[in-house]
Structures are given as structure tokens and as C-alpha cells.
Write a protein that binds this ligand. Structure first.
Ligand SMILES: [Zn+2]
Length: 1153
């Protein structure tokens, strides 16, 4: 809230909580604060009297003094009784002591405290990280590497004006790729694509070689770039305004897409005239919240009302060589199995539309019915169209070896698939923020003309690799962070100090603010403060401020958060072994709760609830010999029957907790209860956190549709017949608004809900997930959970989820410099106004995608600035502000926009935009809108930036040459075009997952990684080079691994050598391989070890533990696997890459004609 201008006037922070004023902060008392000497924190310890833990008398009656509805009962029964009983135990309490402290127990602080006055402290190195342990606490993830990187080594740092000439050169270089053009005859220089390494800002010398060698690329492929790609020369001089930029330097031309004869094309009657002023876009921009996605513009006949005249077919035939551009001769492959001969000329020389193609673009039935002779049976060579693998490999070899230094405005970072180190010199790392374009059009008209969405994908608490420095923590004492008087932007490297340092001018709103006396510093002869390098907020792109009490709810520093574990103990959960599994795991997992810095133990308190159609609360107070259960059967008006003893410190209550976790599985072993509740469970957790006056997280383990009589009761409304109808959107909408209201209450309290689902049938993820989604939580789903096959995956997910870095009670605001503003937001959060993104919890894996729109003109000289401020409570209860700043270039030439785009980020935005669209529009409408927008993006490029001499050629901007293939993957994804095996819950689940994904996750989710295992080098740590996702790339004699972030498939060809099968599976023949394996057998041979290490390496990279599925060629499961070969036509009717590229080409040509 203090991201706002008013620190504590608005909801939800303004309201004191009646009835709880007297409740004192337990646990917190005089506890040392993390990472900094306690003396710096007078405000923390002063007003907060240490909480005296009252010692209850023996035989303490828990319901005394509490609402009378609470009835403590014997744990031997899950029916109500009125007598409080200790859990009658024939077992002795566990005698084993606490587990030995983990090796991370003495971890150094995750943050370096910046002393406000003693600058000498700043340069202190960061202590070396502890040896890795098997399950490190999440806070360890934030350890900086052992090599300190002093902030003052920024020799190239002062360049915040227009980029220097060498940088301009860089962007010109970046435009220099063409594919399949005559320039291919010139041998490509080394290091092409994104400019030679020398054009990176001069940093050599300031970065040790060892730093980068620690973080090596996955593959050792440093091979020379493919000969089919060549680099154009840098522009000798900048183009004159209005003059088209040379196409070859900016584009990829796809061979085979020849220009149509000039006399052909779509008649003017179908299309708006293109003369005169820039044509207004026919497609409105993305809708605002609540606005539905517009249908395809009627001016676009598409394929329905006016099929293109047959003569346009000739336009797609391999035309005469034009202006020296020769594509390779179209190959004459026979059609692949499964592909039919072409039925229609629209697709020219490539293989024709396949059966069901119309399903991909409903409304295109004319594809197959158009009269005319069958077209030539030539097909476009898939090798000649832009390859994701090639782009990824090129970027790795060109950009993976040098650190990415953030000191220069508007630099496009390496791709997310490239391993690189980041050096913060004034802009936030791309691990925190990635943009769709790093060069923004100066005017709204230009932006609309291009249709390129301006968006940033922000991951405020992203985990950094150990070699990179964590954001420093800055403590300005009681005065708090320095901010602009008007727009409240936080001090950052772009603020201009004036009048000898007495005032500063805001880089966002231009307002001049007095420098507070304690913050005054003299300026040097260049106008820079002399303490510039000593202050992270003046010299770095990302840093943290310690928040003052003004930034806290109710003007009180927060208590440490709590975790509440809420376990479904109905028949299904017990019978599957799930309850026992969870309880066993929690016994050890509770020792790995997130800790801050060098704290010896986590400050997080824990509580336990079990439920079926009633709720059972447990008193696990350390003074008890045995835990106590209290049953609340009145679920209509949920309350918490005990305050004291419900949320406890793990170490203090260790034996009581262990006893409870031992007994829960036995207590419910004979249950017959199948009906369960859901909303009252969340309400109970929420009430408990309210009572304890803290934020926290609920971990709910849940098996089925909540049909028991209670608030939030649901009915089974699954109906697959709604697919492809106007009512399909209802499948994604919650069936009641009850959960939206509950989510709002949860956000107000900082109650984040993580949901682990174990359904055997439909349980309405779309409704159950509402609270999770709006509170910033995570959802995990294990359909048909079986212990033997799914427990590893579940336990790994649970461990990571419990341990990971998380902030609570978070509010994020993105400020921008004058001219643009944040207008739309995508992600798991709640918004009560138009600017503040509220999250009860925000973990290190969650991203928020923010869209920007112009509200004024931008200036090329001053560029555009973003500042993301996240106010949150750390896992130790410290209130902090994390600030990320990013400066972008602005352009008056469209070519500069297209040169500085990032397609992976664009796809992240487009996918989230589309996935939200299905809530309000038929999926067909959403798909059509996506296609249309991308066609406009590419047509605008074609019209304004490409050479006019190649009118019919498909020309793609170099930075967007993968847009068609990736867009096609989004269009045929399960949410937008479900296959027959995809359930309604699957679709709702995936929709939620994607909405919080970062760019790397959407990249691999939509275009999975396919690795040939036979090519794995058993003697190296690297992964084999990936191949394209198409069946025709697979060999029957090989094995392949495919991963998409949720699943790992191992595909075995029918002709794989027996020896390899023996080595990997331990069986002697193909037929003996079991396709029910969920892990690879552990065998002592190099191939087995290598493949398992690859699997492990991939698992570590992903935020979720992927399910391993063995697929034998020609086996039933192969259909599932083929679904992920995204360059091929899909069973559900999704187009192949080749077909889609042709379709896009046609759309573009229609827009241009
Ligand atoms: Zn300002």
C-alpha cells in the first residue's frame, strides 16, 4: 500500500481489527533480525513488548474463553464430543530429538545491509555460500555467489543518455540477418546475429573470466553459424525519416514465398484502401478488463465470405527469382504419412491443408471446397523456414559467453534459452523484467500502426544464479526511502540531482523535490553525487529498501507469517495413502521452512487442520504432552476454536507435532466419509491468520468436488458438449461468485492459498482455483494419484513449494515516465483499483505481465522508464520494498521497433492475453483475434520496413521470425484447441499455470525441448543439441527426450538397438519396456547415468517436478506424445507449422493488398 501515495488510508490496511488489539505479537519479541545488527532496528524492538507465553494449567480446557461453538473432542473419533481429551496415545512420543541442523543453518545473510553512513561497509564481500544440501531452505536460493561484485566497478556506467555510437552500431548489426537470400553466398562472419561481441559495452576487464565459466551453456555447441544465414552489413548511415529501411538488414525472407503477379491480389472492394495516411488498424487492441475480445473484423473476409480468386494461387507458386533472391528449389518429397495431398491452391507449393484443418480455423470450410485444379504437389521444405532450434543455438553461441551488462538503455537481452550472466549496472536484470520491445514507438499512432503490444513480464522475486549478486538491502532509518514528492517514485539511478545536490528532478514526472538533509551529498564536476557508487539506489537497477512503519498495515510492523497445513481426510484421501504420505513428509519438511539470511531457525509458525465435511483443529502447544483435537461441525459460519496453541514454532512444539502427524493417518484410517467441504477450509485458515494478526499461506491437500452442505458447495457442471460453442467460456468461469468474495478477504489479510489437488474425476478447478489464483498462490494437480507412480512428483513439488522464497501481503505498482502508463495486468493477483497489483503471497516463480499504452508522446532523447516497486513482508516478517528499474529506447522509425523486439516475451504476453480472453469470448474468436493481430504486426513491418521490390515475398522481421511458429503453438494449445483426451479441469489448470509463467516457462511450454538421447555425450555435462518438434525428425532407431515444463517424455523407437534398451531400461527387448515406469531404473552404465543426469538437470531448471512418461513407438501412449510435436498437424485440428506459415502469409497479403 505504501507503494501508493497514501501509506495507510485505503483498504485493506486502514481498518483496525476489532477484538484483537490486545493480542500481542507472539514469538517475535526480542528475536534478532536477519542479516543486520539489531541496533539498527530500534523501531522493530521498541514498541513491541515481548510476548509472554502463558503456561496453561494441566488439563487446560481449550474451549474456555473461546467461542462456545468449539468443541474439543477425542482424537479417537471424528464425531463431535464435548470432552477435551489429549490424543489418547498408546505410542510414546517420539524420542528422537530434532533432526540435526541442516548444513545451511549458519547461512550468511541473503542481503547485505547497506549502512546509511558508513560507506566502507558497502564493499564488504558476501560470505561464501554453504555447501549445497539436498533440500536447502528457500532462503538459500538467494545466496549471492562467493565472489563479491563491488558496485563501484562500473566503468561504463554513466551512459544514461542516448546510447553511444558503438551502441547504435549494435542495433544496426542486430538487424543484419537474412535467410536464404543471395547474401548467403558471402561467408558469415563469426558472432553474427546480435552483433559481434565487441559491440557489447566495454566491460572486458571488469568481469572475471571465472565468473562466466561457472555458468556454462547447456550445450557446448559453439559451432559456426549455419551457412544459410548470413549477415548484412551494418547500415552505413541511419535512414532518413520516412525512408524505408533496407529489408535485407532486418528481415528473414522465407524462400518459396514469391511475389504474386502484380495484376492479381484481392480487389479493393474487400479491403480498405491503403493510400494516404497510415491505415488505422482494423483490429482493435487487446480489450480492457471486462471488455470482450472483438471478433474478426468484417473487413477481413478471411476464408468465409469471399475466397481469394484462384489467381492468387499463382502468387504462392515458386515464382521467378526476384532481384537476385533465390530460394532453394522446392523439394519434391512425397507427402509424409498422415498428410494428404493438397486439395486447394491457397497454399501454393506446400503440402496442402490436411484433414480437419478447418477445425483450426473454424470458418474456413472453403479450404477444401474451392474449385480449381489440384495444386502442384510440391511442398515447402521445412528446413527452409525459420527454425526455433537454429535461433536458440545462434543466440547461445553469440551471446552466451559474455555477461549481459545492464548499463546501456534499451539493450535487448539474450534469449531466455541462453545461459548468461547478468551484471547490474543501472537497469534491472532480464531475470526480473523482460519486455516485448526495448525500443518503444514515440507516438500512440505508431504503436497502433504496428500492433506490437508493449508489455513487460516482471518476476519481482526471481531466483538468481549463485554467481549473481542479490539486490542489496538499503536502510534509510526512520525517514524511509527517498521519493519524488509528486509521483512517489523511489530514488533510482535516473533521478537528476540539481542545485549542488540540494534537490532532485524526478525522471518519471519531472517534479523537483528537496533532498532530505540526511540524504544530502555533494555533486562532482559531472553533476553526479560523490556517493554514487556507494548507494545501490543510485547505481543499480535493482535493490531493496527496508520499509518503515508507514508502509505497514495498521501502522504496525508485521508478525512473521504462518503456514497452515490443511489435509483432506475423506475416504479417497485415506485410501490412496495420501494422508499418510503427507503426514510422513511434513515431519521432516517442517525443518526446511524458509529462513531469512543467517537466522538459525525459520520465523514461520505452523498450524494443522484436517477436514472432511467437518473441520478438525489441533492444539500443538509445546507444553502439551499430546496434541488436542477440536472439531467444528458448524461449517456454515466458520471460526477458529482455539488461538493459543494453534500456530506454533516448529522447534518448540516438535514432539507434539510429530505425535500429531503420527496419529492423523490412524485416526482416519477407517473413515467412510466421502463428502467434503472446501470453502470453510479456506475460511478457517483465513480466520486463524486474522486471529494471529499475521499473513501466511494455506497448504490445502484436496481430493474431490465439495458437495457437502456448506458455503461454497459446488455441483458437477462439466459438459464437454460446450466445447466450440458460445458457452464454452462458462467452463473457465467459476460457477459461483462466492470464491471471488472469499479471495478478496484473503488478500486483505495476506492469506495466500496453495492448492494440491488429487482428483479422480471432475472437481471444478475453474472454481476451486479462484482463491489460489487471486491470492498469488500455486495450484498443483495429480489426477488419478497413485502412490507408486506419483509420490515422487508430489513430494518434490511440495518440498519446493514449502521451501521457496516467498513474500507476503505484497502490493506492486509499476510507474512509468511521462508518455506511457501501465494499463493492463496479467497474472495471479487481485486488483481493487486500476494501478495496484495485490498479492497475498508472491513467490520466486510468479510473474506479472504488464501492458503499457501511450498517453502522450515519448521523446527519443529521454527514452522511457519503468519502475516496479514491490512492497512485501519477508519470511521473517520484515517489511521491505523491492525496486526494479528499466530504461528503454524510443523511436520514430518503425524499423527500430521491429529490430528490438523479443518474440519469446511477445508470446508470453499473447498467450496470457488469449487465455484471459476465453473467459469472455468463444475460443474461436480469441484465436482469430490472435492471428489477426500477428498478421497486422507482420504486415506493418512488411509495408513500412521491408524492401518494396519484393511485394509477394513472405518477409519476417529478424527478431520476429519465430512469431508464426510460436503463435501456432499457442493457438493449438489445450486451452484454445483441446484434443479429445483433455479434460475441462486440465484446461482450467493449464490456463491458470500459464498466467503466472515467466518467459522461459512459456517458451518451453509452447515449444517443447526435444533432445536426441543417442547423441548425448556420456563424457560431458552438456545436453545434446535439441531438434525440431516434428515426427519427421525422429528416427526409429533412436530414443528422444521431450520436456515442456510439466512432463518429460522418453520416446523409444521400434528399431532401437537392444544394447541401448538394456542399458537404459534393464530389459532385453523393446516389447519388455514397461510404459508405466515413472522413473528410469538406476543402472550402472554410462548411458543410464547420462540420461538420468539429463532428466535431473531438467527437473532442477523447472519450477515444478515434471512427470516422466515412457512412450514406445506405435504404442497407445504415442498419441499423447505426438500432441507435443508442435510443428506437425495436431489431432485436434491444429495446423502444422508449414501450413500455418502459409496461412499467415495469406493473411498478411490480404492486409497489404
Ligand atoms: Zn515524480
Amino acid at each position: 500500500m505504501s507503494v501508493n501515495q497514501q501509506a495507510h488510508t485505503g483498504p485493506p490496511y486502514g481498518q483496525p481489527q476489532p477484538g484483537y488489539q490486545g493480542y500481542q505479537q507472539p514469538v517475535y519479541g526480542g528475536q534478532p533480525l536477519p542479516g543486520v545488527p539489531q541496533s539498527q532496528y530500534g523501531a522493530y524492538n521498541g514498541p513491541m513488548p515481548g510476548y509472554q507465553q502463558p503456561v496453561p494449567p494441566q488439563g487446560y480446557f481449550p474451549s474456555l474463553g473461546f467461542p462456545s461453538k468449539g468443541s474439543p473432542v477425542s482424537l479417537n473419533s471424528d464425531t463431535s464430543s464435548l470432552a477435551p481429551n489429549f490424543i489418547g496415545s498408546s505410542r510414546a512420543p517420539p524420542t528422537s530429538g530434532p533432526p540435526p541442523p541442516a548444513s545451511g543453518a549458519s547461512l550468511p545473510s541473503g542481503h547485505l545491509a547497506y549502512s546509511q553512513f558508513g560507506h566502507g561497509d558497502v564493499q564488504n564481500g558476501i560470505p561464501a555460500s554453504a555447501a549445497p544440501m539436498q533440500r536447502p531452505p528457500a532462503s538459500q536460493l538467494f545466496l549471492p555467489g562467493s565472489a563479491p561484485t563491488p558496485v563501484s566497478q562500473t566503468s561504463t556506467f554513466q551512459q544514461y543518455g542516448p546510447p553511444p555510437a558503438s551502441v547504435q552500431q549494435l542495433s544496426n548489426h542486430m538487424a543484419g540477418m537474412t535467410v536464404g537470400s543471395t547474401t548467403a553466398s558471402a561467408p558469415p562472419p563469426a558472432g553474427l546475429g546480435y552483433g559481434p561481441p565487441t559491440s557489447v559495452p566495454p566491460v572486458s576487464g571488469s568481469f572475471s573470466a571465472t565468473g562466466s565459466s561457472l555458468y556454462t551453456p547447456y550445450t557446448a555447441s559453439q559451432g559456426s553459424p549455419p551457412t544459410s544465414v548470413s549477415q548484412g552489413l551494418p547500415l552505413a548511415q541511419p535512414p532518413f525519416p520516412g525512408q524505408p529501411v533496407s529489408t535485407q538488414r532486418l528481415s528473414t525472407q522465407v524462400p518459396g514465398f514469391a511475389p504474386p503477379p502484380s495484376s492479381t491480389g484481392i480487389g479493393p472492394s474487400s479491403y480498405p484502401p491503403t493510400t494516404g495516411a497510415p491505415r488505422p488498424p482494423t483490429m482493435p487492441g487487446p480489450p480492457l478488463p471486462g471488455q470482450t475480445v472483438a471478433g474478426p473484423p468484417t473487413s477481413q473476409p478471411n476464408h468465409v465470405s469471399s475466397p481469394p480468386p484462384p489467381t492468387t494461387m499463382s502468387g504462392l507458386h515458386p515464382g521467378p527469382p526476384m532481384s537476385g533472391l533465390h530460394g532453394p528449389p522446392p523439394p519434391t518429397h512425397p507427402p509424409q504419412p498422415g498428410y494428404q495431398m493438397q486439395q486447394n491452391g491457397s497454399f501454393g507449393q506446400m503440402r496442402g491443408p490436411q484433414p480437419n484443418y478447418g477445425g483450426a480455423y473454424p470458418g474456413t470450410p472453403n479450404y477444401g471446397s474451392q474449385p480449381g485444379p489440384p495444386p502442384p504437389s510440391k511442398r515447402l521444405d521445412p528446413d527452409s523456414i525459420p527454425s526455433p532450434i537454429q535461433v536458440i543455438e545462434d543466440d547461445r553461441s553469440n551471446r552466451g559467453s559474455e555477461p549481459f551488462v545492464t548499463g546501456v538503455r534499451g539493450q535487448v537481452p539474450p534469449l531466455v534459452t541462453t545461459n548468461f550472466l547478468v551484471k547490474d549496472q543501472g537497469n534491472a536484470s532480464p531475470r526480473y523484467i523482460r519486455c516485448t520491445s526495448y525500443n518503444i514507438p514515440c507516438t500512440s499512432d505508431m504503436a497502433k500502426q504496428s500492433q506490437v503490444p508493449l508489455a513487460a513480464v516482471i518476476k519481482p522475486l526471481a531466483t538468481l544464479p549463485p554467481e549473481e549478486t542479490l539486490p542489496y538491502l538499503v536502510d534509510h532509518g526512520e525517514s524511509g526511502p527517498v521519493r519524488c514528492n509528486r509521483c512517489k517514485a523511489y530514488m533510482c539511478p535516473f533521478m537528476q540531482f540539481i542545485e549542488g545536490g540540494r534537490r532532485f528532478q524526478c525522471c518519471f514526472c519531472s517534479c523537483v523535490t528537496e533532498v532530505p538533509p540526511q540524504y544530502f551529498q555533494h555533486l562532482d564536476h559531472t553533476g553526479k553525487r560523490v556517493d554514487f557508487y556507494d548507494r545501490p539506489e543510485l547505481s543499480l537497477g535493482s535493490y531493496e529498501f527496508l520499509a518503515t512503519v508507514d508502509y505497514c498495515k495498521n501502522n504496525k510492523f508485521p508478525s512473521p507469517p504462518a503456514f497452515i497445513f490443511m489435509i483432506d481426510v475423506s475416504y479417497n484421501a485415506v485410501k490412496s495413502g495420501l494422508v499418510r504420505l503427507i503426514c510422513e513428509e511434513l515431519k521432516s519438511l517442517l525443518d526446511y521452512l524458509p529462513r531469512e539470511g543467517n537466522m538459525e531457525e525459520s520465523a514461520i509458525r505452523v498450524g494443522f487442520v484436517t477436514y472432511n465435511k467437518v473441520l478438525h483443529f489441533y492444539n500443538v502447544k509445546s507444553s502439551l504432552a499430546q496434541p488436542q483435537m477440536m472439531v467444528v461441525s458448524d461449517v456454515a459460519d466458520m471460526f477458529v476454536p482455539l488461538l493459543d496453541g494453534f500456530l506454533v514454532n516448529v522447534n518448540e512444539s516438535r514432539t507434539v507435532i510429530a505425535s500429531l502427524l503420527d496419529q492423523i493417518p490412524d485416526m482416519f484410517a477407517d473413515t467412510r466419509e466421502t463428502e467434503i467441504v472446501f470453502a470453510p477450509v479456506i475460511q478457517a485458515g483465513l480466520e486463524a491468520l486474522k486471529a494471529a494478526e499475521c499473513a501466511g499461506k494455506l497448504f490445502i491437500f484436496h481430493t474431490s468436488l465439495p458437495i457437502a452442505e456448506a458455503p461454497g458447495k459446488l455441483k458437477n457442471r462439466d459438459d464437454k458438449k460446450l466445447i466450440n460453442t458460445d458457452k464454452e467460456k462458462t467452463l473457465f468461469q467459476p460457477q459461483t461468485s462466492f470464491y471471488n468474495n472469499l479471495a478478496k478477504d484473503c488478500v486483505a489479510q495476506g492469506c495466500c492459498v496453495d492448492l494440491f489437488l488429487f482428483p479422480n474425476q471432475y472437481l471444478d478447478v475453474a472454481t476451486l482455483g479462484v482463491v489460489t489464483y487471486q491470492t498469488g498462490g500455486s495450484i498443483y494437480k495429480y489426477a488419478y494419484f497413485q502412490l507408486e507412480t506419483d509420490q515422487d512428483r508430489f513430494l518434490n513439488d511440495l518440498r519446493r513449494d514449502v521451501q521457496k522464497e516467498v513474500g507476503f501481503d505484497a502490493v506492486m505498482r509499476v510507474r512509468t515516465s511521462t508518455g506511457i502508463r501501465a494499463t493492463d495486468f496479467f497474472g495471479a493477483f487481485y486488483m481493487s483499483n486500476t494501478t495496484d497489483v495485490e498479492m497475498a503471497g508472491l513467490d520466486c516463480d510468479k510473474t506479472i505481465t504488464v501492458e503499457f499504452k501511450h498517453d502522450d508522446k515519448l521523446n527519443e532523447d529521454s527514452g522511457a522508464l519503468l519502475q516496479c516497486a514491490l512492497l512485501y513482508t519477508s519470511c521473517a516478517g520484515q517489511r521491505r520494498l523491492r525496486i526494479h528499474n528499466l530504461s528503454l529506447n524510443c523511436c520514430t522509425q518503425l524499423a527500430d521497433l521491429y529490430r528490438n523486439c523479443e518474440t519469446d516475451t511477445l508470446i508470453n504476453y499473447l498467450a496470457k492475453y488469449a487465455y484471459r480472453g476465453v473467459l469472455g469470448s468463444p475460443v474461436k474468436t480469441v484465436r482469430d483475434a490472435l492471428i489477426n493481430q500477428c498478421a497486422q504486426i507482420l504486415a506493418c513491418y512488411r509495408k513500412n520496413c521491408a524492401s518494396p521490390s519484393s511485394a509477394g515475398q513472405l518477409i519476417l522481421p529478424e527478431c520476429m521470425k519465430l512469431l508464426p511458429v510460436y503463435l501456432n503453438c499457442v493457438l493449438k494449445s489445450d486451452v484454445l484447441q483441446p484434443g479429445p483426451e483433455v479434460t475441462t479441469d486440465d484446461r482450467a489448470y493449464i490456463r491458470q499455470l500459464v498466467t503466472s509463467m515467466d518467459v522461459a516457462e512459456t517458451n518451453v511450454f509452447f515449444y517443447p525441448r526435444l533432445l536426441p538421447l543417442n547423441k548425448a555425450d556420456v563424457d560431458s555435462d552438456s545436453l545434446p543439441a535439441a531438434i525440431r518438434n516434428s515426427e519427421e525428425r525422429l528416427s526409429k532407431g533412436d530414443m528422444y527426450l521431450l520436456e515442456n515444463g510439466l512432463n518429460i517424455f522418453v520416446w523409444v523407437g521400434v528399431n532401437v538397438q537392444q544394447g541401448l534398451i538394456q542399458n537404459l531400461f534393464g530389459v532385453s527387448s523393446f516389447s519388455q519396456i514397461s510404459n508405466t515406469l515413472s522413473t528410469l531404473p538406476v543402472l550402472e552404465n554410462p548411458f543410464s547415468k547420462k540420461v538420468r543426469s539429463i532428466v535431473d538437470m531438467l527437473q532442477v531448471q523447472r519450477s515444478r517436478y515434471m512427470k516422466l512418461i515412457i512412450v514406445k513407438q506405435e504404442d497407445k501412449l504415442e498419441m499423447l506424445f505426438k500432441h507435443f510435436l508442435v510443428e506437425d498437424k495436431s489431432l485436434s485440428g491444429g495446423a502444422s507449422y508449414v501450413d500455418f506459415l502459409c496461412h499467415m502469409h495469406k493473411e498478411i497479403r490480404q492486409l497489404l493488398s
